[in-house]
Design a protein around this ligand. Structure first.
Ligand code: XMP
Length: 478
């Protein structure tokens, strides 16, 4: 045992010292950052890979605002791949592989596909992939015979507006305006369907100028994988769905399992971006970087639903964990994601000022409309279920899915399940968090992340200081 017992601190134990600032407006503060060695995002916030936080709806919203979501892994490979595809198809300007049916399919097939994939139109092709028509909500509006073949109600090729595969955005906009259509199938000179552009996607591009996008203009998204069983198969399916980054999701990431997993991924997929964790120490950071990680996720036991530190006695208060991991990660130019324990916007500023490049949020996003957690009403107020990945509820769902059993006698939970207040849309929550963060950076005289890292000066505070920090000596109305 090491003789000296170090002191370790949490976000609540410290404050940032206000510095000279010449920032007059939050607009002057740039919060773009590196998620991994190669991936840049415009908002340093990542939604957690938890089953009550991130599926496609959350991931789409996060990426539209400049951040990114990591789709959790507690579902079949097929379901997780579908969630990735939903994000990828949500608003790329060019949808390379639009959903299609053939004219022989019936209306029921079209309705099911539209509902499952959350789309408003389907392109119809023959069995060699030649474009033959389009079916939209409008065609289906008053149609109640679900057994009728699509050929009878679709808008056929000759009556629909199409274009060539390499049309540019401005030319597409013109066609949408002139013909008042919402979908533009792209067809090559042999009549083969080569893609789709939608008016909605062009509008969304204008509405979300800071969205995190890949090279093809589609939203960025990550997918979580484990370290055992089908993890390589899962990784391959996610990569084939063009998932931008894999996140190894393990509570104790400083392990041989994770080192081997990173190496196996590197061997098999070469240039895949890998977020590895979770670790809470300099040694853990070094070992995962040496194995080939492109970002380190830091945090053991600090999450709002975590009881790891209580059940196992292990963990490191999060502020110190971030400082320790960053020290090593910086030597290799590898970004650190501070994961867990963020209770308010000020904690985001502190985590980033401590050297993290982004933060991962579970609790603060769990109450939003876009989270997959169940909504409940209690005492006339709306709440959403939020639960730890290592809690009874989550583990039971997994056991039921994987082997149809819900025997929990061999489970030692390291997470709890509870409710968080309903908070409306992600955009409202992010607006407040970003506002707080940018003001925090302004207090540090920082126009961007580099200046924040350079200027940050922390003081350690006492419990009296923490009491003074919160509103006090008043009955707060709201
Ligand atoms: P917040 O504080 O945002 O933290 O709720 C989210 C992070 O908590 C971690 N996590 C867990 N940790 N037991 C744990 O010890 C669990 O059951 C558990 N589930 C999630 C995870 O790192 C997440 O991003």
């Amino acid at each position: 045992m090491a003789e000296e017992i170090r002191e370790a601190l949490s976000y609540d134990d410290v404050l940032l010292v206000p510095r000279f600032s010449n920032i007059n407006s939050r607009k002057q503060v740039d919060i773009s950052t590196n998620l991994t060695k190669k991936i840049m995002i415009n908002l340093p916030i990542v939604s957690a890979n938890m089953d009550t936080v991130t599926e496609s709806s959350m991931a789409i919203s996060m990426a539209r605002h400049g951040g990114i979501g990591i789709i959790h892994r507690f579902m079949t490979i097929e379901d997780q791949t579908n969630e990735i595809l939903k994000v990828k198809r949500s608003e790329g300007i060019l949808i390379e592989k639009p959903y299609t049916l053939t004219p022989e399919h019936i209306i029921k097939d079209a309705k099911v596909l539209m509902e499952n994939k959350n789309i408003t139109g389907i392109l119809i092709t023959d069995n060699v992939g030649r474009y033959v028509g389009i079916l939209t909500h409008r065609d289906l509006m008053f149609e109640d015979n679900l057994l009728k073949p699509i050929s009878e109600i679709m808008t056929p090729k000759d009556e629909s507006i199409t274009s060539v595969p390499n049309i540019n955005i401005e030319a597409a906009k013109k066609l949408f305006k002139e013909y008042k259509v919402e979908k533009l199938p792209l067809v090559d000179k042999n009549g083969l369907l080569k893609g789709l552009i939608t008016a909605k996607d062009i509008m969304k591009k204008d509405m979300h100028p800071l969205a995190s996008k890949d090279k093809k203009g589609r939203l960025l998204v990550g997918g979580a994988i484990g370290i055992k069983g089908d993890y390589l198969e899962r990784a391959e399916a996610l990569i084939n769905a063009e998932c931008d980054v894999l996140c190894i999701d393990i509570a104790h990431g400083h392990s041989q399992f994770v080192v081997d997993t990173i190496k196996a991924l590197r061997d098999k997929f070469d240039d895949v971006q890998i977020i590895a964790g979770n670790v809470a120490t300099a040694e853990g950071t070094l070992d995962l970087i040496n194995a080939g990680a492109d970002a380190i996720k830091t945090g053991v036991g600090g999450g709002s639903i975590c009881v790891t530190r209580i059940v196992t006695g292990a963990g490191v208060p999060q502020f110190s964990a971030v400082l320790d991991c960053v020290k090593v990660a910086n030597e290799f130019g590898i970004p650190v994601i501070a994961d867990g324990g963020i209770k308010q916007s000020g904690d985001i500023t502190k985590a980033l000022a401590a050297g993290a490049s982004s933060v991962m949020l579970g609790n603060l996003l769990g109450g939003t409309e876009e989270s997959p957690g169940q909504t409940i009403i209690r005492g006339g107020r709306k709440f959403k279920i939020y639960r730890g990945s290592a809690g009874f509820g989550s583990v039971m769902s997994r056991k039921q899915r994987e082997n149809g059993n819900d025997d929990l006698s061999d489970v030692v939970p390291e997470g709890v399940e509870g409710t968080v207040p309903y908070k409306g849309n992600v955009s409202e929550v992010l607006y407040q968090l970003v506002g707080g963060l940018k003001s925090g950076m302004s207090y540090c005289g920082a126009h961007n992340m580099n200046e924040l890292w350079k200027n940050a000066e922390f003081v350690k505070i006492t419990s009296a200081g923490l009491k003074e920090s919160h509103a006090h000596d008043i009955d707060v109305l709201k």
